[in-house]
Design a protein around this ligand. Structure first.
Ligand code: MRU
Length: 343
């Protein structure tokens, strides 16, 4: 897989996901404002990838500062973090990564500014490397849940593209495939931005993992016919009680899965677990531009001009609908998560 995000020649290089699957193009961000815009415009998306990109954005912004004292430097980095924090509200990985960069900055206060700049780049690279390692660990734990011959339904894109590499939900699929299991993925297209059609289908085809694309409203009928054995999705934020925010439409899949007695799994690293948020009711849900709904990917309008539109980008699946959550530390019931991840 081509890297989603990397530090390259003093810039943050992003695979421009808004161009996929037609074009594999890269965007070299040379300042933190361009990084923030890229996150807002979904050129890079997926909770872990957003976190890694924001961390690199902080390192990039810090490098461009010309200040003399630590206090001036720290204030300017705080402002950069604030700018990046305002891009997207739901994926907690963004805030987790920004806090980690701030913490690193605090710990390095005794060093010369030029050295702190260098160490911030290193820390962002560490966040990236850890993300890939956690995804592989999740794959090892989760692969046991997929049996030879099974079909997995997924929603949105929780793959290599949504992370620094390998993927969360698709990392589990990838691990099962690497173990030689003959499995198939059914990918919900994921209206309105079509991450399933554009990204999940593309990335699985790149790896030769069998994938079949369906529209979002086909899942129920296919479950009823016995064609789906399990559901596996990623997460943007998991609250302390195990409620999960993920791409809009995830909740519908979970309710359908329960109605048909099909297991519903979530795969996510600890950077997605937000123990400060008690339940899904407190998770902020991003509202996006109505044009994403009234047209398909910026094409001609498919709705009457001036129609009222709702466009929440995420929904919350209550813990009661989730069979288990796959993490880098193992697979847990949603109710066990807080205890397992409390520091
Ligand atoms: O709006 P997006 O494309 O950033 O939404 C992404 C998702 O909802 C993913 O399922 C989630 O971030 C998990 S990615 C490992």
């Amino acid at each position: 897989m081509v890297p989603t995000v990397e530090w390259k020649n003093g810039a943050v290089r992003l695979l421009d996901q808004s161009r996929l699957p037609d074009k594999v193009e890269f965007l070299d961000c040379r300042d933190y404002r361009t990084v923030a815009r890229a996150i807002r415009e979904l050129r890079v998306r997926g909770a872990p990838a957003i976190g890694v990109t924001a961390a690199m954005g902080v390192a990039l912004g810090a490098q461009s500062l010309s200040v003399t004292t630590y206090e001036e430097f720290a204030q300017a980095v705080k402002d950069i973090c604030q700018h990046l924090a305002e891009t997207r509200p739901t994926a907690v990985n963004l805030f987790w990564a920004l806090e980690r960069m701030q913490r690193t900055l605090d710990e390095l206060r005794a060093l010369p500014i030029s050295e702190i700049m260098r160490r911030l780049v290193e820390e962002s690279q560490r966040i990236l490397d850890e993300d890939v390692a956690m995804n592989k660990a999740m794959g090892r734990h989760g692969a046991a849940l997929i049996h030879d011959g099974q079909t997995v339904l997924t929603h949105c894109n929780a793959g290599a593209l949504a992370t620094a590499g390998y993927g969360t939900a698709l990392g589990v699929v990838r691990a099962a495939w690497e173990q030689g299991k003959k499995i198939r993925v059914l990918a919900d297209e994921t209206r309105p931005v079509l991450q399933g059609a554009r990204l999940t289908a593309w990335e699985l085809m790149q790896d030769g993992i069998p994938v079949t694309l369906i529209t979002d409203n086909m899942a129920g009928a296919l479950m009823r016919q016995g064609l789906i054995h399990l559901c596996l999705v990623g997460a943007d934020r998991i609250a302390a009680n195990g409620d999960v925010a993920n791409k809009i439409g995830t909740y519908s899949v979970a309710v359908l899965a329960k109605a048909h007695g099909i297991p519903f799994y979530v795969a996510a690293p600890y950077s997605t677990i937000d123990l400060k948020t008690p339940s899904g009711n407190q998770i902020p849900i991003e509202q996006r531009n109505p044009q994403e709904v009234t047209s398909v990917l910026g094409g001609p309008s498919v709705a009457p001009s001036g129609v009222d539109v709702l466009n929440p980008a995420f929904d919350v699946t209550p813990a009661a609908y989730i069979t288990a959550i796959i993490t880098e530390r193992g697979t847990f019931k949603p109710s066990e998560l807080a205890e397992r991840f409390r520091a």
